[in-house]
Design a protein around this ligand. Structure first.
Ligand code: ATP
Ligand code: MG
Length: 780
């Protein structure tokens, strides 16, 4: 026992050893929150206050969940098998896999990722002849996910006007389509398991009795439904140990609700609110930068961070003429760090949006520095990998229409759009899956479609007894994908990725503890069926035994499912973080969102330009700006010893050259902590963050160089050049904003670049938005 607690400071020790009551640990970045949470789990188990199966641990990313399990096993020689530690989505998936019948799902239900969901919605709209201009698929997707996160089914959504009623109808049609196809989207995973636990008293009581200790990391980023889900599992008797940092709340745009912290304190009668103020991660200059920046936010619960580490190196700031030059500089600095002995794994490049990685990647390739991109076009999102996964899904579940549509004519089999439309119509008319509707299609189209089905059935039969990697290998050949990419001019990379998919399948099997020779598709035992009565009859231990037997060694996600189903869930849920070169000594590239909770010796935060960071969609109103600032706080606090901040005067993004000025965040950082590597130019009027097609930027840029001339006074404003965009705004007008959803204009003021609208959003209340940046859409 002393070993476990030896390296904790008094506040951390108090937190780890709190009695079994709900508690909130509210503390800044790098103060040891995650460490406290993991140590507490070990302490509870070691002191026999909880069994490993009595712990429910929730983290934010798959990477964090894995890390938690690894760190636990280094603290305690326990078997983490059967422990419920994972992300909300991963845990809900596990619950639904075990109780698919009670949840009204087919055993082989598939998970739609965000892109799959969008294509499913597009297919729906097409089938119903809905005008996509009027009802953009993305808006519908947002509407549906929002409703689900509020735990609202279509019949519970309030709709006061025709436009909204149509959205609700489409939501209902989408649900019917998903149910028919046996698929669930991310939000559905959560809502379905929430409803299951609400409805099924025996099941709820079983899990309440099982999870005596619920521990949640990154609590500030839970949304309302996640919070309600936790509450349900806690019941009247269990405690929740929540750790979080309001200054790191960066998912409000997805419905995360910092208010959960206050609700939690009140509803769970939290008597123990512990603050940790000692930072163990960052050197002094870095911490000063973080503290002073975040002090610009007004909505804070308030806390301080100090360090004993000394000031260390100043934060280095670099202004580049172009994004390419910025990347070149970055590579040089990186080389110097590597020469000084810093491991590549300990160097991170962070950026606000994924699209920014390309230039950096290019420079790294040229310099021969190994790197790994997290997020972005993740491995499992690459076209060829998604094609192969779609075949796998069809083999597992023939009613999966999204998968069917993806590969029915890939590689091409002469099945045209016309035939597919006809097929969709027939499926709708007969209310059956596309695969079943093939029987109704006549003529040449009918026979081509029949051949496709025959192919799927053949592969299904051929692979019946194969293990998962063999199945994947066979499928890549038999589907025709391998031959297709062999003939494609740039198909080599794609072929390699398909080979990598076979490796991913092998890795998955060994990581999740499935027997290597277990057939991919026959359940080790019918765990779902056994588990359900067990809940009613025999109670917790038996369910645990069933889960463990179903997937020996199962860690985060998979229990009671076949290797193939497990692998497909993994592919949908996985953030792509253990693929290809896992463990290789490579520089880490990721968005700031993906870097949450992580730490590195050296961190480069790039693209610090107005419009990019803070992002133009957020900078228009105070809440958005505060969220961007929290994001910057997260970025800074990832660094232990070295922090580099850079920006470029011009940047190619989305096929356009943008001319930008440096981020306002530079004005909010303490000069004393910074070291400018390029001459610091005092910003005149700030004018950045717009795309330029008009040509003036080029002149300005030509005069610029690194230390650019002051901004020309008479820049044509973006809004003036796009006056039409403003047209149509009037008080009472219904509008849609990608982040805040629907609202009504309640006031207008200013003109040209200063035009602002006051909008009352249904979900987010009253806000002032600058029309030049807010991208409000008019709705009828
Ligand atoms: P974040 O808010 O970024 O998630 P956190 O509060 O979860 O940060 P941790 O990741 O748990 O912080 O800890 C930050 C670093 O400090 C880790 O490297 C951790 O091992 C180290 N650390 C935490 N507490 C101590 C301690 N008492 N003594 C030495 N090192 C510590
Ligand atoms: Mg943490």
């Amino acid at each position: 026992m002393p070993d476990l607690l030896a390296h904790l400071n008094p506040e951390q020790l108090a937190a780890v050893t709190l009695p079994n009551e709900s508690a909130l640990i509210l503390a800044g970045a790098g103060s040891g929150k995650t460490r406290v949470l993991i140590t507490r789990i070990a302490w509870l188990i070691e002191g026999r206050q909880a069994s490993p199966s009595g712990i429910l641990g929730v983290t934010f990313t798959n990477k964090a969940a894995k890390e938690m399990l690894t760190r636990l096993t280094t603290l305690l020689p326990i078997n983490t098998r059967g422990m419920w530690i994972g992300t909300f989505h991963g845990l809900c998936n596990r619950l639904l896999r075990t109780h698919y019948r009670e949840a009204g799902l087919p055993q082989a239900f598939q998970i739609l990722d965000t892109a799959d969901q969008l294509s499913s919605i597009k297919r729906l709209l097409k089938g119903l002849n809905v005008d996509e201009e009027k009802y953009p698929p993305k808006n519908l997707q947002y509407f549906i996910n929002n409703a689900k996160e509020e735990a609202l089914r279509p019949d519970q959504v309030e709709a006061n006007d025709a436009f909204n009623r149509r959205f609700v109808e489409l939501y209902a049609a989408y649900e019917a389509q998903c149910q028919r196809e046996g698929v669930v989207d991310f939000a559905e995973l959560l809502l379905r398991s929430y409803e299951l636990l609400t409805r099924d008293v025996a099941l709820r009581q079983h899990y309440q009795a099982r999870f005596s200790h619920i521990l949640v990391d990154e609590f500030q980023d839970t949304n309302r439904l996640q919070y309600a889900w936790l509450k349900l599992l806690a019941g009247a008797h269990n405690s929740i140990f929540a750790v979080g940092d309001d200054d790191q709340s960066i998912y409000a745009f997805r419905g995360a609700n910092v208010g959960n912290m206050r609700d939690f304190e009140r509803e769970f009668h939290v008597r123990h609110l512990i603050k940790l103020e000692q930072n163990y991660r960052s050197h002094g200059h870095i911490l000063d930068a973080a503290n002073i920046l975040i002090a610009n936010n007004s909505k804070r619960l308030g806390k301080d961070l100090r360090t004993d580490a000394g000031y260390g190196e100043p934060v280095r700031v670099y202004e580049a003429a172009t994004d390419t030059q910025e990347a070149g500089w970055l590579v040089e600095e990186m080389r110097a760090l590597i020469n000084q002995g810093v491991s590549r794994l300990d160097i991170a490049v962070l950026y606000r949006s994924n699209a920014q990685s390309r230039v950096v990647e290019h420079a790294l390739v040229a310099a021969g520095i190994a790197y790994k991109v997290y997020g972005g076009l993740r491995f499992f999102e690459r076209q060829e990998v998604k094609h192969a996964l779609a075949y796998l899904r069809l083999i597992d579940n023939p009613t999966d229409d999204t998968a069917f549509m993806r590969v029915v004519n890939f590689p091409t089999r002469g099945i045209g759009a016309r035939s597919l439309e006809q097929l969709s119509d027939l499926a709708r008319a007969h209310n059956c899956p596309l695969a079943s509707a093939v029987a109704y299609v006549t003529g040449k189209a009918g026979s081509s479609l029949g051949q496709f089905l025959h192919l799927i059935e053949r592969i299904r039969a051929e692979t019946r007894l194969m293990n998962l990697p063999d199945l994947v290998r066979h499928l890549v050949q038999a589907s025709g994908l391998a031959a297709h990419y062999q003939n494609e001019r740039e198909g080599q990379d794609r072929l390699e990725n398909l080979e990598e998919l076979v490796n991913a399948a092998s890795a998955f099997i060994s990581e999740e503890g499935f027997r290597r020779d277990a057939p991919a598709r026959v359940l080790p035992m019918d765990a779902g069926a056994t588990a359900a009565p067990a809940v009613a009859d025999a109670g917790a231990d038996m369910v645990d035994a069933v889960l463990d037997a179903a997937a020996p060694g199962a860690t985060t996600l998979v229990a009671a499912m076949t290797p193939l189903a497990g692998f497909l869930s993994h592919a949908s849920l996985e953030a792509g973080d253990n693929q290809a070169q896992a463990g290789q000594d490579a520089v880490q590239l990721m968005t700031i969102h993906a870097a949450k909770g992580l730490e590195f010796t050296a961190v480069f935060v790039t693209g610090l330009e107005e419009g990019l960071f803070p992002h133009e969609n957020s900078a228009a109103e105070a809440d958005g700006l505060e969220e961007e600032r929290r994001l910057m706080y997260v970025a800074i606090t990832r660094a232990k010893e070295r922090l580099y901040l850079s920006f470029a005067q011009s940047r190619m993004l989305h096929g356009q050259t943008r001319y930008n000025v440096r981020s306002r965040f530079f004005d909010e950082l303490p000069e004393g902590a910074l070291k400018w590597l390029t001459a610091k130019v005092e910003a005149g009027a700030r004018w950045g963050g717009r795309s330029d097609n008009a040509g003036w930027g080029k002149d300005w840029f030509a005069r610029g160089g690194v230390a650019a001339a002051p901004v020309p006074a008479a820049l044509p404003s973006y809004v003036e050049r796009n006056r039409a965009a403003e047209a149509g705004f009037r008080v009472g007008q219904a509008v849609f904003h990608t982040k805040f959803g629907e609202g009504t204009v309640t006031g207008l003021e200013g003109s040209g670049a200063d035009a602002r609208a006051q909008v009352n959003f249904k979900r987010h209340g009253q806000k002032w938005l600058a029309l030049s940046v807010a991208k409000l859409q008019l709705i009828e």
